[in-house]
Design a protein around this ligand. Structure first.
Ligand SMILES: Nc1nc2c(c(=O)[nH]1)N[C@H]1C(S)=C(S)[C@@H](COP(=O)(O)OP(=O)(O)OC[C@H]3O[C@@H](n4cnc5c(=O)[nH]c(N)nc54)[C@H](O)[C@@H]3O)O[C@H]1N2
Ligand SMILES: Nc1nc2c(c(=O)[nH]1)N[C@H]1C(S)=C(S)[C@@H](COP(=O)(O)OP(=O)(O)OC[C@H]3O[C@@H](n4cnc5c(=O)[nH]c(N)nc54)[C@H](O)[C@@H]3O)O[C@H]1N2
Ligand SMILES: [Mo]
Length: 775
């Protein structure tokens, strides 16, 4: 049987291209956001939701994990994309069982996620049984019974429990407890595809897998690096913090292959100057690096800092700190003693002079912060690259002092909290022991599948039950065709979702869609009345979140209730964990958490305080490192970068300004000047000329990895000022090009920003080859 893929419902001829913008936010952002919200949610829900974002007693913005400015929240801590995320959820369009009856799978198969999510909020549970050609209504109790039956009919190691990072703390805690009670650590999450490389780099070097700065540190840093990040789109509130840093005399250095608008200028919509002119400068220096060249850059900076220290001893390197708190400095110093400048310039695409200018800034700075996001995490050598950042920070003692530290900027609004709650396929022994003691269960010790291993497991027919707590696994992961084929062979897929998405369409033999309340929805059908949940932001602040909107349907269940009822259905009534008590009253979950997880003592009291509380963070709090050696660790890695063979480029994938991961708000990418089209590849004009292609030409993209090819058809080339030798496309359209074995070493994160590609003029034969692969 030939399955369709959603290439076809976007008309590539509508594409408009203009010059990229050079500043982000401003009043335009406010109007765009309001307009979207009014269209989807109407005036009342718009007012109720937008005014409650990130306010005390309100809900945590589902947009991103950037922290709120505590104590002095503005009336509307506003950002265009946060507002769009809220509007998307507050939609009043309903996806009813009748809707599913009217739309057989064969019809949904060539719909994009843009179309699917535009249909609205799912109102009732639906099921698709073997042989069905569409989903039908099912009652909640029958749905849970079906989950229980399938889980009991197989072994725990053939069940997989995926989590997307919107999941709140209490839900995540119950969900991992469910998986472990059942007997599996198969707990892949979106973090595996996101910042896993950061955790893998940080844990062994600084003893914690999280950032070590507060918002106030950003405001008071002397120097902030923003590396591999597009804050204007993905963390717009970060721009206010960077502006404040600059207003206080700090400098900002941006490192990126693309001249992203938000890295250049910022118009603060809260101030008068945000309405006129170009806005404030954000970056003092912009290093237009080649994709994958950052390790070379950081090694060169290390070399130059050590050279400067030799010239003026005692001025650059924090010897007292290194002596007292770290190990491995001698080996690092030896490795950085020499440098091959020619190779460094080739790897980075930067000149020696540019690099030296930045080294000079660093040498003079007494408080430096390094921020980074996905530009560094999704390449084979990502973990080494991030460890090189840690080397630079250790070298100058940039831990545990104001204005200094490491700042991996997380993605999903609670992705960091989910890991804290135990969503991890490689749990530590102390966590399992604490769970066993608290609940009288016996947690499995064998490690489970991460997201990449889950993809392999699907391929090898090793998955009987796949449960997804949010997210869109089929689109988020790599090697789309292989993944979708594998998912279709699974016994049961269960999606706990707010809106329809592609993962519902590439369903298992039996498939359930369980609709749930979102962040903005009121959760009050409990014996003790209205409940609230909690989240942890990118800077380890834990605070409450509570929705206020009337749910779109009376049939929605809260996520903790769904998890509890699945657990009861699978584990039976005499299981030692009291699932019902937790589902009825989230304080019960928090009491358990307070006894299991360090830092959550007295959780129920502290979560009710004004701005919540901050979790312990040894590097930040006491300048100490809880690694196996009890010290911070310098590391040495060989130079590595991405080189494309003749006729090829290195392709990275990014988010447009109008999307939230696999959900699209629209088809525009305003800051980059792209409108009405997503199947584009941004290429430097000189690379286009060298490769013999023209701007706007229609091509098929062929990726190569270890001799294997993947093909994606019908992309428009767009001449764009990216770094030479590199190209950029949108996620998830390009995910099918990523071979499942193209991953970051150690973290196993897919190489979404390290794809070797070439272009071929689009021809009918190419299309046939693709159709062949699809069948
Ligand atoms: N509105 C909105 N907000 C979001 C999201 C969303 O989809 N929409 N997603 C959320 C999630 S889950 C996440 S993880 C974050 C993601 O936040 P980002 O990391 O900002 O997301 P990307 O769009 O992947 O952008 C990666 C950036 O890294 C650059 N880059 C690519 N390769 C390299 C490289 O080799 N070196 C360097 N130095 N830079 C490179 C790209 O040009 C781009 O600017 O955003 C979160 N916030
Ligand atoms: N090529 C490429 N691929 C990538 C990336 C990249 O940069 N490039 N980035 C990776 C990253 S960083 C991430 S985080 C992953 C994202 O992977 P996921 O987290 O799996 O994907 P999302 O698109 O965020 O999930 C959207 C779906 O979540 C559901 N949803 C929304 N809100 C809620 C809620 O409150 N509760 C529940 N239960 N469901 C909800 C909706 O049904 C929606 O369709 O993708 C990864 N994939
Ligand atoms: Mo992410």
């Amino acid at each position: 049987m030939t399955h369709k893929s959603p290439v076809t419902d976007i008309n590539e001829d509508s594409l408009h291209v203009e010059a990229p913008e050079t500043s982000a936010a401003g009043i335009k952002a406010v109007t765009v956001a309001l307009q979207r919200s009014l269209e989807q949610a109407g005036p009342l829900r718009t007012a109720r939701s937008l005014l409650r974002i990130n306010q005390r007693g309100g809900f945590d913005c589902p947009g991103c994990a950037w922290p709120e400015s505590d104590g002095r929240r503005k009336t509307a801590e506003f950002c265009e994309n946060g507002a769009k995320a809220v509007a998307e959820e507050a939609s009043v369009s309903a996806v009813t069982p009748e809707w599913w009856e009217a739309h057989p799978i064969a019809e949904l198969e060539d719909k994009t996620d843009y179309w699917l999510s535009k249909q609205g909020r799912i109102t009732e549970p639906v099921v698709l049984r073997p042989g069905d050609d569409r989903y039908h209504r099912i009652s909640w109790s029958e749905a849970f019974e079906l989950v229980g039956e399938h889980i009991r009919a197989t072994t725990p190691d053939r069940c997989v429990f995926y989590t997307s990072g919107r999941t709140a703390n209490e839900t995540a805690f119950m969900y991992q407890l469910f998986a472990r009670s059942l007997g599996t650590n198969n707990l892949p999450d979106c973090s595996n595809m996101c910042h896993e490389s950061s955790g893998s780099a940080l844990n062994p070097t600084i003893g914690i897998g999280k950032g070590t700065v507060s918002l106030d540190d950003i405001h008071h840093a002397e120097l902030v690096f923003v590396v591999g990040q597009n804050p204007g789109t993905n963390h717009p509130r970060m721009l206010s913090a960077l502006k404040e840093c600059r207003d206080n005399g700090g400098r900002v250095v941006a490192v990126n292959p693309l001249p992203e608008a938000g890295l250049l200028h910022f118009k603060d919509p809260q101030t008068v100057s945000g309405y006129v002119g170009e806005g404030s400068t954000i970056s003092d220096h912009f290093l237009q690096i080649r994709v994958g060249g950052d390790l070379a850059l950081f090694q060169a900076l290390g070399h130059l800092l050590l050279e400067e220290e030799k010239r003026a001893p005692g001025t650059v390197v924090d010897r007292a700190f290194i002596e007292a708190q770290t190990e491995g400095f001698e080996a690092y110093e030896a490795a950085r003693a020499t440098i091959d400048w020619e190779e460094t310039e080739r790897a980075t695409g930067l000149s020696r002079l540019e690099i030296a200018t930045i080294a000079d800034l660093m040498a003079k700075s007494k408080a430096t912060i390094m921020c980074w996001a996905l530009g560094l995490t999704q390449q084979p050598h990502s973990v080494d690259t991030i460890r090189e950042i840690i080397n630079l920070l250790l070298l100058q003692g940039n831990f545990g002092k104001p204005g200094a530290g490491a700042c991996p900027v997380r993605g999903h609004s609670n992705v960091q909290g989910d890991r804290t709650m135990g969503i991890w396929e490689k749990p530590k022994e102390w966590l399992l022991a604490a769970l066993d003691k608290e609940f009288g269960i016996h947690s499995p010790r064998e490690h489970g599948f991460d997201s990449t291993e889950t993809l392999h497991a699907f391929e090898n027919d090793d998955v009987d039950v796949f449960v997804a707590l949010g997210g869109n696994f089929a689109q988020a992961n790599s090697d789309t065709l292989a993944l979708e084929a594998g998912m279709r062979r699974a016994g049961l897929t269960v999606h706990i979702s707010t809106k329809p998405n592609r993962s519902h369409v590439v369903h298992g033999k039996t498939s359930l869609i369980l609709p749930t309340l979102g962040r903005t929805d009121r959760d009050d059908k409990h014996p003790k009345g209205r409940q609230f949940l909690s989240v942890e932001d990118s800077m380890s602040m834990v605070h409450a979140t509570q929705g206020r909107l009337e749910p779109i349907s009376e049939h929605l269940l809260a996520e903790p209730v769904i998890v509890a009822r699945m657990a009861v259905a699978a584990l039976g009534d005499d299981h030692p964990v009291d699932w019902r008590a937790m589902a009825e009253d989230y304080d019960v979950v928090r009491d358990h958490i307070s006894r299991v997880l360090p830092g959550f003592e007295d959780f129920n009291t502290r979560i009710r305080t004004k701005n919540g509380f901050v979790l312990p963070n040894p590097p930040r709090d006491t300048r100490t490192f809880a690694t196996d050696i009890g010290k911070g660790r310098f590391t040495v890695a060989p130079l590595e970068y991405l080189e494309a063979p003749e006729g090829h480029l290195i392709l990275q994938t990014v988010r447009s300004h109008d999307q939230y991961n696999t959900t699209f708000y629209g088809l525009d990418d305003r800051y980059r000047g792209i409108r009405d089209g997503r199947r584009v590849i941004l290429v430097h004009p000189e690379d286009l000329a060298e490769l013999g292609f023209e701007d706007r030409e229609l091509v098929d993209v062929v990726s190569v990895f270890r001799g294997e090819k993947r093909r994606a058809e019908r992309f428009r080339l767009v001449a764009y000022p990216t770094a030479r030798g590199c190209a950029a496309a949108y996620f998830p359209e390009a995910n099918g090009l990523v071979h499942r074995d193209l991953v970051a070493r150690e973290s196993n994160t897919p190489g979404f920003k390290a794809i070797t590609v070439r272009f071929e003029r689009h021809t009918p034969e190419g299309a046939e080859a693709l159709a062949g692969q699809l069948s």
